[in-house]
Design a binder for this molecule. Structure first.
Ligand SMILES: [Mn+2]
Length: 424
């Protein structure tokens, strides 16, 4: 289903008067509001193809109705989100869960919805049906050269799928590691992984990037071969200028200072971008901004500061993507909430009084530094986000529109109650 522009405009009329009032109230206190609005309109967050169905845990999965059963329907779902917020103009594919049967047709379909293809993701953390060798004891780190070769070839195949779709980057997340002390020689595991990554790196087209994502634990619980940003940075530094470290917010040990990690990776020109989610305990994959919105703001504050210091384009120089699992919410509603939370944190970072913050930092005025940050964080920027949406032709109230138009009910009617998304 495709949303009509007229129905979005008609819905916006209902909210327009109160929106204008709210927007003017906040906008008059912010200098350079038009520049901020332009940045917000340009900022796009990619939606992963695996997040459009209901997620689950190892204990169970409670699927909702009308899930997208194939890649075409997933693109249609991202198209719906993008029509509602105009901030989700890209989709990120997981191979082999979402191999396009005909890339030309798929590319055209995405273009109809105004979507581009973001990073392609390889998968060597599961065994696929008919796969010759098992990844039970790792993939790129494996003691058996034949298993490493199979995993390398898979990654190169993923690059080929990406080329056909117009992607420009490969994300590699490895579950490689060990579950028990003594299982693995750490140095050999690192060196084997590095050699394997080198072979994949060599297969990258010249204008491509490789993202190496780290994770502290799970599925391996004693060691992870790419377990933290230091290990990833070691790989990406040695690999070369096309390799970058990818930060997934949920992949840290509790209380890690992610904003500091981000700042230093940017200093070294090694930050790839983000996988957004939120967590209370571990890799919970909850809706970004639902648990710790202040941390999200502090991360964006470092991002904006770091990107501006390097003269980077906020919208295009780093990769922005959601990586969450929606176990109890409607995935489309959850993704609308996620993008909104990201835009709020970004807008708050844009309105930080930078001159005052620098002055406070240089004079060790700790109190003022906190006041400056929290003044931005406590500003209700939602009318600014809504104004950016309005100017971009999106819905003033995306979630309200989704519910009042009964979009899920229509999807269930089209696809059925039992349609289950591929992938997770
Ligand atoms: Mn991730």
């Amino acid at each position: 289903m495709v949303l009509k522009k007229e129905s979005i405009e008609e819905s916006n009329q209902k909210y327009l008067a109160s929106h204008k009032q709210n927007f003017e109230f906040v906008a008059e206190k912010i200098s350079g509001i038009d520049i901020i609005l332009k940045k917000l309109i340009d900022f796009q967050v990619a939606i992963p193809s695996w997040a459009l169905g209901t997620g689950g845990t190892r204990f169970g999965r409670f699927s909702g109705g009308g899930e997208p059963g194939n890649l075409e329907q997933k693109i249609e779902d991202v198209g719906l989100i993008h029509a509602l917020n105009k901030s989700s103009g890209a989709i990120s594919l997981h191979i082999p869960w979402d191999i396009p049967s005909d890339p030309v047709v798929i590319k055209k379909l995405a273009a109809v919805h105004g979507l581009k293809f973001d990073a392609v993701n390889s998968n060597t953390f599961q065994d696929q049906p008919n796969q010759a060798l098992s990844y039970k004891f790792g993939s790129l780190q494996h003691t058996d050269k034949a298993v490493r070769k199979q995993a390398i070839e898979h990654n190169i195949e993923v690059i080929q799928h990406g080329i056909a779709l117009g992607s420009k980057s490969l994300s590699v997340w490895l579950s490689d590691g060990s579950c028990f002390p003594g299982q693995l020689n750490f140095r050999k595991a690192w060196q084997r992984t590095y050699k394997s990554l080198q072979e994949i790196y060599e297969a990258l087209p010249t204008d491509w990037k490789m993202f190496v994502e780290y994770k502290a634990f799970e599925p391996n619980f004693y060691s992870m071969t790419v377990g933290d940003w230091g290990q990833s940075l070691l790989f990406t530094s040695k690999l070369g200028p096309k390799a970058f470290t990818l930060v997934d917010l949920g992949h840290h040990l509790p209380n890690a200072n992610i904003e500091q990690i981000v700042s230093l990776l940017m200093m070294e020109n090694k930050l790839a971008g983000f996988h957004f989610n939120d967590s209370k305990y571990g890799d919970d994959d909850l809706t970004v901004g639902s648990i710790n919105p202040y941390q999200l703001f502090l991360i964006f504050n470092e991002l904006v500061e770091g990107m501006d210091a390097k003269g980077m384009n906020h919208a295009t120089d780093l990769a922005w993507m959601i990586d969450a699992s929606h176990n109890v919410k409607d995935p489309l509603e959850d993704l609308l909430q996620s993008v909104e939370a990201i835009m709020i944190a970004y807008a708050q970072a844009l309105i930080v009084d930078k001159a005052a913050l620098v002055e406070a930092q240089e004079t060790n005025d700790v109190v003022v530094a906190q006041e400056v940050l929290q003044a931005a964080y406590r500003t209700d920027v939602r009318p600014i986000i809504a104004e950016a949406r309005l100017r971009a032709g999106a819905a003033l109230e995306p979630l309200q529109f989704f519910r009042s138009s009964k979009i899920r009910a229509q999807l269930i009617k089209e696809r059925g109650e039992k349609n289950i998304a591929t992938g997770l």
